[in-house]
Design a protein around this ligand. Structure first.
Ligand code: GTP
Ligand code: MG
Length: 216
């Protein structure tokens, strides 16, 4: 499929290849797809961003790559309705998925989104792993656990991001992160789009995930 007109590019300043704390990954919006058969036929690894509606997937992506308006964000749940592919450093894709669990979405839309997510996570050929977002004020729900189960069936790695960390204090966040790691047996990172907390750690973890996948 041709690149979408909303395509946006950002290159890091050309100051050599040394990675600094402020360096931003280069990012390119590739396209929005509504079924597995449409996604780019490209062997570069893909990392999915999944979670309930409104948990902060699109905001996290924007913060991670330092572009405020790259992925659409809204305080009304249900903003992301397709599989949105972003190419990072020409090396791997971050895939912003529609959220689930939003009560006000009609049954048929829920089914369509659910099928799209399920197809992609179960059968996406170049899926390297999952970043599952959980709101710091909620526990993992049945749908969240189902996604983790699918990934483990495929023996693909997952990471948890505990979002909206600015809404609770540091010790509550630490407790939450530890509880999730203990309960789910998966590494977890606290993240806030407001403060930028967790950004470097998450970029490094995604990079590790993509690199370790390449060696499999
Ligand atoms: P869907 O596309 O509907 O699945 O939602 P999403 O998971 O992509 O959430 P989105 O990024 O659109 O954010 C939902 C709302 O949460 C927006 O109003 C964001 O501004 C807000 N939000 C996201 N991350 C944070 C955060 O770290 N802190 C705070 N305070 N608000 C956040
Ligand atoms: Mg979204």
């Amino acid at each position: 499929m041709a690149p979408n007109s909303r395509e946006a590019t950002r290159r890091t300043p050309s100051r050599g290849t040394r990675t600094t704390k402020t360096q931003l990954p280069s990012t390119r919006f590739i396209g929005s797809y509504f079924e597995l058969g449409q996604i780019p036929q490209d062997t570069r690894p893909q990392v999915a961003l999944a979670g309930r509606s409104n948990v902060g997937k699109s905001s996290l992506l924007n913060r991670l790559v330092g572009q405020k308006k790259l992925a659409k964000v809204s305080s009304t749940p249900g903003k992301t309705r397709s599989l949105n592919f972003f190419l990072i450093n020409d090396r791997y894709y971050l895939v912003d998925l529609p959220g689930y669990g939003y009560a006000k979405v009609s049954r048929s839309v829920k089914d369509t989104w659910g099928k799209m997510i399920e197809d992609y996570l179960l059968h996406g050929e170049n899926l390297a792993g999952l970043v599952l977002l959980l709101d710091c004020r909620r526990d993992a729900g049945e749908d969240d656990l189902k996604l983790l189960h699918w990934l483990s069936e495929r023996q693909l790695p997952a990471l948890i991001v505990v979002t909206k960390a600015d809404k609770i204090n540091r010790s509550e966040l630490n407790r939450k992160v530890n509880q999730i790691e203990r309960d789910l047996g998966i590494p977890a990172i606290g993240f806030s789009t407001v403060s930028g907390q967790g950004r470097q750690e998450l970029l490094a973890a995604v990079h590790d995930l993509v690199t370790s996948n390449a060696k499999r």
